[in-house]
Design a protein around this ligand. Structure first.
Ligand code: WTA
Length: 652
């Protein structure tokens, strides 16, 4: 199937901003000929500036690039207020709860709620421009409202995914030195309430001295503890706030938000995004990649705790004046038809999800989509991990009725928005390829010295020019920022941004992402650093050493596998002991990081394959778990016999 090419149906794309390949090439050339001028043109056209910018791109302190310096804007104004003259009564957010309850907020209602919330933050909690607000929330409209309220007053939000544990939350609160935490009592999942506030209580037990107040949104109504003087009810306080709030003028480069993501060390990185560059690209990609039209209803199934939720549930859709659907539940509850029923019910035009969800829904209900009227769909999207051909084919044929292009969008927390992706109205699509860099994005597959990687071979996925929505720095750690992204690859002697991913280009120039080249694994499209999991496993008193690697997984794409050397190894016939230790280890991971990082498999091994200098040869461990032939030279290992011993344990 890799030879197949799918062309867009002209009838579906009549008002597209980039209607065909010729326009795409023209725009690519425009950027090539006048990079800064073309970006400036879009920035002037798309953003409602309070004050125009004085410079376009400032490279004087590379790689700490600055875009549109001197310009002033407000992202909440860009996403809400500026639409009020034309779209007051248009639905901004359509919410569906786990149990099917619905809420629709028009742009006018959203403005009202955001203003009241912004006033609450200022007046009740003393939040000022530049203060950090940690948001630990479920998928309810208040989460978007709270993010936008921060943007309105210039506070920097840091959303922490609701599946992270108290310890993980605490680390992020401390690193950001947050003043306010916004959470909910809990929410609903699969018909049952689950809790969030108790996790915040636990996180705040130690070390979070910067936190003054906790603001709690009521969602599931379950009992929670209240600490007098610290905990406040959102639902109570909101009643007393004015619905008028001036947008704080923000300089283009001031931080809009932090979002923590995993890297190759144990400590998560606080990725810092800007105001103007970020919102510009969120809006442009929303228009190009999803072909969002004024009457469209768009649904992205991500969680707001990840970058996809930030850019493509909240900021991108609202900046474009679109209607965005927010869903609290899971795609498999009450049955595998949930998503398709929602597509029919809301007449969804663009549906954006992760390959993991597609694989799961395919497995659970091959013909399920056929029971629903999915004819409203025009564009299907995927994100987060490579999509395998069987999942692609099912998504294209059964969900999209062989009518809707699939936009396989490649990007990262650090890139802010899409980087390599088809444009549905223009790009002929090859399954499982993210196709070409978007206009304005200088994506190249190169060797470390900048020479182009030969066709069909694996190289480094790099971006050789700065772009407006790129990460600005790692919060509190500018050196790590430089080293993580600008330390590996160069072009023309100058450091360029390296994504951490490998990629391949075919004879037609199509790019296929081959996966991470560092010690980060991608579980169900979520990035988890092996070092983080290893640090957690090492906390078990009987663990001497450990190496964690990714393991192919039918649904999750990649699963987590740990090779563990115990200090006091149970004898091989003591299976019960082994199971007990495994349970204990998973318990530690759950409380340290969260359930998303639980191991899918573990093996207790006598030792790890190490070089004489003590470096663990993870590549060998990866090959073993994949069942691949070991091609590495094992003679340089401290103990070459260990490889066959481990193989026997894992495969036996
Ligand atoms: C991977 C998610 C293949 C990649 C937006 C990247 C992909 C990491 C794709 C970023 C894709 C994302 N095809 N791999 N279309 N999209 N990835 O920061 O390894 O959570 O580096 O951002 O996901 O994950 P993150």
């Amino acid at each position: 199937m890799s030879q197949d090419i799918f062309y867009p149906d002209r009838e579906l794309f009549k008002n597209s901003p980039i209607p065909d390949m010729e326009s795409y090439r023209k725009l690519v050339k425009e950027f090539e000929d006048d990079y800064e001028g073309t970006w400036a043109k879009f920035a002037r056209e798309k953003i409602d500036w309070f004050k125009p910018f004085d410079s376009i791109l400032d490279e004087s302190n590379a790689p700490f690039y600055k875009w549109f310096s001197g310009g002033e804007l407000n992202v909440a104004h860009q996403c809400i207020d500026r639409h009020l003259s034309t779209k007051k009564n248009k639905a901004a957010i359509i919410f569906e709860g786990d149990n099917g309850d619905q809420r629709i907020l028009t742009y006018r209602e959203l403005a009202y709620e955001v203003n009241k919330t912004a006033n609450m933050f200022k007046n009740e909690f003393g939040v000022k421009k530049g203060d950090r607000v940690v948001i630990y929330m479920p998928m309810i409209p208040e989460s978007a409202i709270v993010m936008l309220a921060c943007a309105k007053i210039g506070a920097i939000h840091s959303v922490v995914f609701g599946g992270f544990s108290a310890d993980a939350l605490r680390d992020r609160i401390i690193d950001a030195n947050a003043k306010l935490i916004v959470t909910a009592d809990g929410a609903f999942r699969k018909g049952r309430p689950y809790m969030l506030k108790p996790v915040v209580d636990k996180a705040l037990e130690s070390g979070c001295d910067s936190v003054e107040k906790v603001c709690i949104v009521e969602r599931n109504g379950e009992d929670i503890d209240w600490i007098a003087g610290r905990d406040y009810s959102y639902n109570e306080l909101i009643k007393h706030q004015s619905s008028k709030c001036e947008a704080e003028p923000m300089e283009a480069e001031e931080p809009l938000f932090l979002l923590y993501t995993s890297g190759s060390t144990g400590k998560p990185k606080g990725v810092q995004h800007s105001q103007a560059g970020y919102i510009l690209w969120a809006q442009m990609t929303m228009e190009w990649v999803f072909d969002i039209q004024d009457n469209d209803t768009y649904w992205c199934t991500a969680d707001i705790g990840w970058i996809t939720g930030h850019t493509y549930i909240v900021y991108g859709p609202l900046a474009s004046g679109a209607t965005t659907v927010m869903f609290e539940g899971v795609p498999t509850f009450p049955d595998a038809g949930r998503c398709w029923r929602m597509v029919e019910e809301y007449q969804i035009n663009q549906f954006y999800t992760a390959p993991t969800a597609i694989r799961l829904l395919h497995k659970m209900g091959e013909d399920e989509p056929k029971k629903y009227d999915l004819s409203s769909l025009r564009v299907l999207g995927t994100v987060g991990e490579p999509i395998d051909p069987p999942a692609w084919k099912w998504y294209y044929e059964v969900v999209g009725g062989s009518r809707c292009p699939i936009v396989d969008t490649y990007w990262q927390t650090e890139t802010g928005g899409h980087m390599i992706s088809p444009i549905p109205s223009a790009t002929p699509i090859k399954p499982s390829s993210a196709t070409f860099p978007l206009p304005g994005i200088m994506g190249e597959v190169i060797e470390k010295d900048g020479t182009p990687t030969p066709i069909g071979e694996k190289g480094y996925m790099c971006f050789t020019k700065p772009w407006p929505s790129m990460i600005r720095t790692i919060w509190n750690d500018p050196e790590r920022f430089k080293k993580s992204y600008f330390g590996d690859c160069k072009k023309d002697g100058k450091p360029v941004y390296f994504s951490g991913d490998g990629a391949m280009v075919d004879e037609d120039g199509y790019i296929t992402i081959t996966g991470r080249t560092d010690d980060v694994i991608n579980v169900s499209g979520h990035r988890i650093g092996t070092a983080e999991i290893e640090a957690s496993i090492k906390k078990h008193p009987n663990v001497a050493s450990v190496a964690v690697v990714g393991k192919p997984h039918e649904i999750k794409g990649e699963g987590i596998f740990a090779y563990i050397v115990l200090k006091d190894a149970p004898k091989s016939d003591e299976v019960a002991d082994d199971l007990e230790t495994m349970k204990e280890i998973n318990q530690i991971i759950k409380s340290d990081i969260g359930a998303i990082a639980l191991c899918d498999g573990m093996a207790f091994v006598p030792d790890l394959p190490k070089t004489r200098s003590g470096k663990i040869m993870r590549r060998i461990l990866r090959s073993i778990i994949k069942g691949e032939k070991i091609t590495q030279d094992i003679s340089t290992l401290e103990d070459p016999t260990i490889v066959s011993k481990i193989e026997e344990i894992v495969r036996g």
